[in-house]
Design a protein around this ligand. Structure first.
Ligand SMILES: Cc1ncc(COP(=O)(O)O)c(C=O)c1O
Length: 457
């Protein structure tokens, strides 16, 4: 293989950069099969391990893919477009060239090497009992590591005994809803708009959802009903407001008055880009708030790993629901996460992601300001998504979706998030974290073209 390697950097880095250049310039086309690591090593006079680690890096970045028996292939077209890939499994690949749907981190940043090191340590050192059935709350190492981490980074007041590990916040919410129903509650207050799946989860437990309006200061406490509420105080999903200090107090006062429980969904609390970070609401009322965090935004949703920090009286009830659901979450994965937290690898990864998403958000904001004067970014500078708003006199959401389809750009309009009939103001929920780094500029360009065209029409 002919590669234009620079002399200055380490050999693996040179190889990675050389292959990236070859793919981005179109010399290696999507679908091309790369030579074996052994062949490349011999051709370029490199150690085979150097080539293997370069391939792994490019697989992690989304440039290459590897399938058992068919070698390593290019999946990215020139200039970073992911296209023309043949499905290699039962899951059909996305038909979109660009994806700015919200809900995902840039999964190509997953800290694979750190995860491998932690997995090796865990497998070497895990006691035999770790492979037996265990505590429904989860592994003690992880509950300890999380109690430290949450206190240090989010101001959560808890103890390892009060932490319960679940398969994502989705499962956690289902368990909480089941416990609420068991206790005879019938209504849960939920922000409107919100992530629609969570309304389904609550209703599946036999409870009804009471929609609570949201404005630029977050949810409106005077609209709360029942004796339970699910809230996103740090970064309202999907509008993006941070709950104002006065409203935090009002929300807690409501819970005291109504003898209610608050479920705090702190799904992207790690990603606050301003200098002043806001801590968890839970610290104001640890006896009233069930705090929830997840790895779905920091590491990858495919891990299905989340945690609850619950008031003492709720531990037994939720742990029992968890045991009935599936005994407990997978022990080894929990131990790997515990090791990653203890080793500092998790913090390092979150810092890297925070910096990358901050830059991407700025690029989105600058591009909109420059190219689409009729639209603006709403909400706080935080999280993995931003809300693009425009006046109701501007284009309709359908028009924007259709224009996006013509550009092969996957987007989510605000319309899908409401639980109440409209009319509601138009908007796009833009997941700027979703694309791999090499695809972000292209996705942003497509978005600007789509909006520019709709506003010019
Ligand atoms: C508002 C909100 N909270 C939490 C989550 C995370 O859910 P899970 O941990 O089940 O992946 C999501 C996922 O999209 C979300 O949108």
């Amino acid at each position: 293989m002919e590669l234009d390697l620079e002399k200055r950097r380490g050999r693996s880095q040179q190889l990675v950069a050389g292959l990236r250049r070859a793919i981005e310039s179109g010399r290696l086309l999507p679908g091309s099969r790369l030579p074996s690591t052994r062949g490349v090593a011999a051709d370029l006079g490199l150690a085979r391990g150097t080539v293997t680690s370069a391939y792994h890096r490019l697989i992690a970045e989304g440039y290459l893919e590897s399938a058992q028996g068919s070698g390593t292939r290019v999946v990215v077209a020139p200039h970073g477009e992911a296209r023309g890939r043949q499905p290699s499994s039962l899951h059909a690949r996305s038909p979109w060239q660009w994806n700015l749907r919200p809900g995902l981190p840039d999964v190509t940043m997953f800290p694979r090497n750190a995860w491998v090191r932690s997995t090796q340590r865990v497998l070497r050192l895990a006691p035999a009992e770790a492979l037996d059935y265990g505590d429904p709350r989860g592994r003690p190492e992880l509950r300890q590591a999380l109690a430290d981490y949450l206190g240090r980074t989010r101001g959560v007041i808890t103890q390892p005994e009060r932490i319960i590990i679940c398969h994502g916040f989705t499962q956690a919410l289902g368990l909480i809803a089941a416990v609420l129903a068991e206790q005879g509650m019938d209504t849960v207050s939920v922000e409107d708009p919100c992530y629609p799946l969570f309304r389904n989860v609550i209703e599946t437990a036999g409870l009804s959802v009471h929609p609570v309006g949201v404005d630029a200061q977050g949810l409106r406490p005077e609209a709360l009903r029942g004796r339970a509420a699910v809230v996103t105080p740090i970064h309202q999903y999907p509008l993006g407001a941070t709950l104002a200090p006065g409203r935090r107090k009002d929300l807690v006062a409501w819970a005291e008055e109504a003898d209610a429980v608050i479920v705090e969904d702190d799904y992207d609390g790690e990603f606050q880009f301003g200098r002043q970070r806001v801590g968890a609401l839970q610290a104001l009322a640890p006896h009233r708030v069930i705090y929830a965090g997840t790895t779905s935004k920091t590491l990858a949703p495919g891990l299905r790993l989340a945690w609850l920090a619950v008031p003492a009286e709720w531990v037994e009830r939720i742990a029992t629901a968890k045991r009935v659901a599936d005994q407990h979450s997978a022990a080894l994965t929990q131990m790997v996460l515990a090791d990653l937290l203890r080793s500092g690898g998790y913090d390092r990864h979150v810092r890297r992601c925070r910096e990358r998403y901050r830059v991407r958000r700025e690029q989105l904001s600058t591009a909109l300001e420059r190219e689409v004067p009729g639209a603006w970014l709403a909400g706080e500078e935080a999280g993995l998504h931003a809300l693009v708003r425009w006046s109701p006199d501007g284009p309709g959401e359908r028009e924007v979706t259709q224009a996006a389809r013509r550009e092969s750009l996957a987007v989510a309009t605000l319309g899908g998030y409401w639980g109440t009939p409209g009319p509601h103001p138009p908007g796009l929920v833009v997941g700027y974290a979703t694309p791999p780094q090499h695809g972000y500029a292209g996705a942003l360009g497509a978005l600007v073209r789509v909006l520019g065209r709709c506003f010019a029409a």
